[in-house]
Ligand binder design. Sequence first.
Ligand code: BGC
Length: 449
Amino acid sequence: MNKNLLLYFIATVAATGGLLFGFDTGVINVALPSLREQFNPSSETEGLIVSAVLFGGMVGPFVSGPLTDILGRKKINVIAALIFVLGSIITAIAPSVMYLIIGRLFLGLAIGIVASTVPLYLAEIAPANQRGKLVTFFQLAITLGILLSYVVGYFFEGEADAWRSMFWTGFVPAIILMLGMLFVPESPRWLIGKGREEEAMSVLKRLREDSIAEQEMKDIKQLIEDEKHNKGNWKMLFSKRLRIPLLIGVGIFFIQQFSGINAIIYFSTDIFKKIFPDGSDAVLATVGVGVINSCATILAIMILDKFGRKQILYTGLIGTAVCLATVGLAFYMKDSLGAEIQKIMLIGGVYLYIIFFAISLGPLGWILISEIYPLKIRGFASSMGSFNHWIFDACVAYSFPVLAATNLGTNGGIFGIYMTVVLLGLLFAKYVVFETKGLTLEEIEKRYN
Ligand code: BGC
């Protein structure tokens, strides 16, 4: 197979994990109305149904952390796919809320695993000048998964037991991930780390020109030799030497999540209902969020290896801050604004916000945690990075409906809080993040010596 084609085949299979991530987190946005009809859950139970996936996501990195480095980047994804299959079946046939929550915990566990391992696998397979692009494939798949869930929601809306059909849909990509993963090669970097140099060389030669493959092999081996004395463990992750990468792993996901992205991804139907009392118009506006999110991520794939990571981060942060201010004002000034102006500010603000997020904070979270850690602890450290994602995600998902019911919801103050976090993110982008565009993983690692 042509080398580039093979690279894209690998990226597509691995990114199916992202599709499942997006689908199983996004589907709750559209499944909630029919779940409410069938089970009439209290708001606490509803909170549990929404966030069970996020709690599972928090456990995922603790499973994938050690196992990615021991079993390799491939097997762990097959395991995750099996858990996805199991979770999809349990949620789709759930006879009670209890089963639903258990099924969503399983789905979350699988999402937590792929979110740690897929970006890392992609970063290790990719040539340096295409790394940003390939890891953004994962983000694109997340957004396509979210879109798929919204479209499925739109089609089944109003049917009896609509949520069961929605959850069954997640079963299909889970099977594709499981079968596809059996055909992709193991990460050459992991193979070299395990002393399986011949296999690594053959993978590298399938993916690169021979001379580039040989040079890459040399660089990776040299790095492993230099790092021989370092034990890859918690102590290393928290050592002074890795303070900046550690800070980046926490900071980027704090800003990504507290920018309020999932207040929109999980609850946009409820938000849009404030201006579209007809449920199906609100779901249609939510489908718009999904379409824009995916299209803007395609744009991100085109620009990420052209402009620096920092430059893109600045643009995204400023853009999202302005949009959050617009959405906040649409609520704050609703009595003085005409209904039409309020609609434009709310929908326009949300849609533009999604564009700015999708080209910057969305992909950059996953790109940075896949490339900034040393090989010795890359699996473990990027898993811990993604653990931060789930903690912060759960905080926002839990607090949004609660805050939305208070004054902060009615006067738009909640969006002011998200805007403040994004503005503080500018300091983080300036003083903590460093430029990694175009550097090989080995060159990035040398920075810490
Ligand atoms: C985030 C998710 C979010 C998605 C939206 C991802 O990068 O990690 O929490 O739902 O982007 O597209």
